[in-house]
Design a protein around this ligand. Structure first.
Ligand code: BGC
Length: 788
């Protein structure tokens, strides 16, 4: 629609009607306005997939590799395709506005949402972010880069004040947002929870009205982060356009209309917001005659699985590969697969980006599938998850039918059943409004296949639990939250777990070998925005020392050992920063011992942000695989066996030692509410270079399965032309990187591909004004001087 047409629609609305459009109708949708042809707009998280409007394990969405893994491709075309996949998935899920990508920077490796952000470098972040936005929007769906701006920490995330000097703000933290606005014109953007230099971002007129909308010409909708709107006139005049979620907000129930009527907010200010909203609705096809109501369709296209698998492999970074241990010989006969993450991989991080994937291919599944003729021996080795394992769904049968899963009954005041449904056995989540009206309590029951003997069970969530096993009460307890944190995600962040031992005897089991499990749960707050409850289990016979010994035996007995270690979605989550860069639990000990037990050990790291790897120099091969999405295990097998090349390069520096880390732990913790970005622009590789410290693995580093010679580079002021040759014996892909020498800054990059022996020439466009540039395969290996 032309701007004039949008304006004439605007003119048909009263002040009350206009103001009403600017707060959500509920958690994820906006008010329709049939009289001007405006349909209901649907918003949804987030950067790993498109969850839709429910938070329910039965309502599945494609799960892509997380953002740090996408950025690790350093490949514009590849991430454009990822954006298109998000866009297609949004259309399939009936979503008009995707709350992604997250483009805050990896300021400190302790940042809890590292996995959800692309990189420590503003250029790489901006380029990758712009491609994702363009990909999403090519499908007629709005992207929402977030969180504008200064949202690099999770500690006190709702309230801290980031103190950032003007030059650093412009050069580092605003730069990727600006690039995305210039190159991809996002139709929406999200204002952060935090303040910057004294003003909360939902009221920051200087950074919103002057910079974002003024200087950069952003013509989309600035939506608040969820519950981040703090005032009525302040937020309206500060440039915020949409307060989410609804129906309650400081603008709702006539408050914004009244502020206009009282003269606290000019009507023209209100009009500009509504115009932006109508423009957005028009762009996503939710306005006027032409558009159709977005309708969810059943299944994603079959091709999506292959694309996600390829994307994951493209982001895996081969850090070390002594004696070309990888790729493994496809004829390998005995493989030991070791580690908790091989069967419980972290395929996404914690928090609002979470989606329920249709399935997860674990590393063990992937390796077994790829090596049907080999003996594959699995050993868990050590445990590192805080919570007990979820009970596999196939082990639990519906007591009221034949399906598998837990039967959930919603009970009212008198204990009457208000509704019932069959759910999964993973942690269950309800958004406000998802339970039937009047629910006070839940009863969850199932028939669990189990053996006679000792077991440890656990429930997690906050509230009162009463658990029966085959009619015997085995637990009655009030479980309280240990965290004091008041966060919209509540218990999702770190639910308290209550464990209890149960000795199962013959008479507990029916003829089919099943026990009756019944859990009554009265949530501490039935009207919480999110309620979560989960169950866990482990057989009592687990013993760390014995399991570790079994793992080492397997390593010794096999030709190759693949040890999969990593973090999980509790260690790396929204709502909390990390308190350590160590692999959780005794995993370092496990890795060191497996390396000692088998000279052909491949260490696979499954983490979204940096971890320390004290064994790295002894490891024959180290493959960094991020949180790899739903096809993780197949992608891993592809790379281990050489069907695919590990395409990734580090988008963030990996430290050698804790003492070397720029912006170490206290750097993410506000002091008296203030978070000082006192390091200025010196984050990531810039800080290592400035201090002359060599990291564990440099920004930009990553090996492929072939080798390259860099044969020459010429610089014409705007672009560097680089000649290189594939000197190995297989086709390969190289990310050619260009940096200014002093200070060290990435100014351009491009992907080269060549057959064995072939020479290629790539042209790398560089940032305007770049001088004295160097070229190489990583920030730590700049082999060519391209001159001034
Ligand atoms: C997160 C956002 C997210 C929103 C809606 C917030 O807590 O910071 O990234 O889009 O919730 O789930």
């Amino acid at each position: 629609m032309e701007e004039n047409d949008l304006r004439s629609l605007l003119e048909k609305l009263t002040v009350e009607e206009k103001a009403r459009l600017l707060t959500g109708a509920d958690f994820w949708t906006l008010h329709p306005m049939p009289k001007i042809g405006l349909r209901r707009l649907v918003l949804s998280d987030g950067p790993n997939g498109v969850r839709g409007t429910t938070w329910d394990e039965r309502d599945t969405s494609l799960l892509l590799p997380v953002a740090s893994g996408l950025a690790a491709t350093w490949d514009r075309a590849e991430v454009r395709r990822a954006g298109e996949l998000f866009g297609d998935e949004a259309v399939r899920r009936g979503v008009h506005v995707v709350l992604a990508p997250t483009i805050n920077l990896h300021r400190s490796p302790f940042g809890g949402r590292h996995f959800e952000n692309f990189s420590e470098d503003p250029l790489l972040t901006g380029v990758i972010g712009a491609e994702i936005v363009a990909g999403i929007q090519s499908r007629g769906v709005a992207a929402t880069p977030k969180h504008y701006v200064g949202n690099e920490s999770e500690t006190e995330r709702l309230t801290y004040n980031a103190v950032i000097d003007e030059a650093t703000l412009r050069d580092c933290y605003l730069a990727p947002f600006r690039r995305i606005v210039d190159e991809a014109q996002p139709w929406a953007m999200m204002a952060a929870y935090n303040s910057v230099n004294g003003h909360t971002m939902t009221e920051h007129s200087a950074l919103v009205n002057d910079v974002l909308k003024g200087e950069w010409g952003f013509d989309g909708v600035l939506v608040s982060d969820w519950f981040a709107t703090r005032s009525c006139a302040g937020a309206a005049n500060g440039g915020l356009d949409l307060a989410m979620p609804g129906p309650k907000s400081p603008w709702a129930d006539g408050a914004l209309a009244k502020a206009v009527q009282d003269g606290e907010v000019e009507e023209s200010v209100l009009d500009d917001k509504v115009l932006r909203l109508l423009r957005l609705a028009d762009r996503v096809g939710a306005l006027g005659e032409g558009g159709v109501e977005q309708k969810a369709v059943e299944a994603p296209p079959e091709q999506a699985r292959a694309s996600i698998r390829e994307l994951a492999a493209r982001g895996f970074v081969l850090l070390r590969n002594e004696n070309s241990l990888l790729p493994l010989d496809q004829e390998v006969t005995k493989v030991a697969v070791i580690g908790e993450n091989a069967t419980f991989p972290a395929v996404q991080g914690g928090g609002s980006s979470h989606v329920s994937p249709p399935h997860v291919v674990t590393p063990l599944d992937g390796i077994r599938r790829a090596l049907p003729n080999a003996e594959v021996h699995y050993q868990r080795g050590v445990r590192h998850q805080r919570l007990l394992d979820p009970i596999p769904r196939e082990l639990v049968l519906d007591p009221q039918g034949d399906g598998s899963g837990l039967r959930v009954e919603y009970l009212g005041d008198e204990g009457q059943v208000l509704d019932t449904e069959l759910r999964g056995t993973e942690r269950l989540t309800w958004q406000l409004g998802a339970m039937p009206e009047g629910t006070r309590k839940l009863r969850m029951s199932g028939r669990l296949t189990a053996e006679v003997g000792e077991h440890v069970f656990g429930v997690n969530g906050t509230g009162n639990f009463r658990v029966e096993v085959s009619g015997r009460e085995v637990l009655s307890a009030d479980v309280k939250s240990s965290s004091e944190v008041d966060d919209p995600l509540g218990d999702m962040l770190a639910p308290p777990e209550q464990r209890f031992n149960v000795v199962l005897v013959e008479s507990d089991l029916d003829e089919a070998g099943r026990v009756r499990l019944a859990v009554e749960f009265r949530p501490v707050k039935v009207d919480a925005d999110l309620i979560c409850v989960g169950f866990g289990h482990r057989p009592e016979r687990w013993d760390d020392a014995t399991e570790l010994e079994a793992a080492l035996r397997a390593a010794r007995d096999c030709d190759v050992a693949v040890v999969v270690v990593g973090t999980n979605d509790e260690v790396e989550t929204e709502g909390r920063d990390r308190n350590s860069l160590d692999l959780p639990g005794p995993q370092n000990e496990l890795v060191a011992k497996v390396i000692a037990a088998n000279p052909n050990t491949v260490v696979v790291v499954n983490a979204g942000g940096p971890v320390l790897m004290p064994w790295a120099a002894d490891a024959p091969a180290v493959l960094w695989t991020w949180f790899g999405g739903q096809e993780y295990g197949d992608a891993l097998a592809d790379v281990l066996l050489g069907t695919a090349e590990p395409g990734g390069r580090l988008p963030t520096t990996l430290p050698a030692a804790l003492a070397d880390v720029p912006v170490p732990l206290p750097g993410v913790q506000p002091v008296d509410g203030e978070l000082s970005y006192e390091e200025g622009p010196l984050i990531g590789y810039r800080a290592y270079a400035a201090r002359g410290v060599t990291p564990g693995f440099s920004f930009g580093h990553g090996l492929g399965y072939t080798t390259w010679s860099y044969d020459g580079a010429t610089f014409d002021g705007d672009a560097v032309t680089v000649k290189l040759r594939n000197t190995g014996d297989r086709a390969g892909r190289e990310v050619v990187q260009v940096y200014t020498a002093d200070p060290l800054r990435l100014v351009g990059f491009a992907v080269a591909e060549a057959e064995p022996g072939a020479e290629v020439e790539v042209t790398v466009e560089v940032e305007p004004g770049a001088q004295d540039v160097r070229v190489g395969p990583s920030s730590g290996d700049l082999r060519l001087d391209a001159g001034r």
